[in-house]
Write a protein that binds this ligand. Sequence first.
Ligand SMILES: [Zn+2]
Length: 162
Amino acid sequence: MNEVLLINSSYQVLSRIEWQRAVSLVVTGEAETFEAHPTKVIHSQHLSIPLPKIIRMLAYVHIGFRPALDRQPTFAQIKLRDSRTCGYCGRHGDTIDHIIPQSKGGPNTWENLITSCRPCNNRKADRTPVQAGMKLLWLPRPVLPDTADQEYIWSVLANSAA
Ligand SMILES: [Zn+2]
């Protein structure tokens, strides 16, 4: 479902997180909703809150903590980063491959996950690229905060101040 943009108390873009995590940050008072979905509402036992689109941390998160926030990308983020392109053959990819397989201790990190087409994913199976005789077309990297997201935040702030 929806991902939520997380911004710092200083309005700098931090990352995108799962909406469930965003809701729990709001409910526990660690973050406030900066922009909510116009119609969708989340109902829990005790309260109903509009589904957040953007949340803002109330305490400043030091940039040194950012890798921790960014550490575990979602599969949707990996596909977005790779433009749904297979990292092994360049064709359309709709699966996610662990470059170092999970069975060999490969983590769920930006650097170890890559979009893959089904044939390449099946061919590689439970092996490293070297073992499978397959080459990566590019080196997967962590995604930096989206400039468009940041520009959007500044524009909302500019308009609300006017
Ligand atoms: Zn492929």
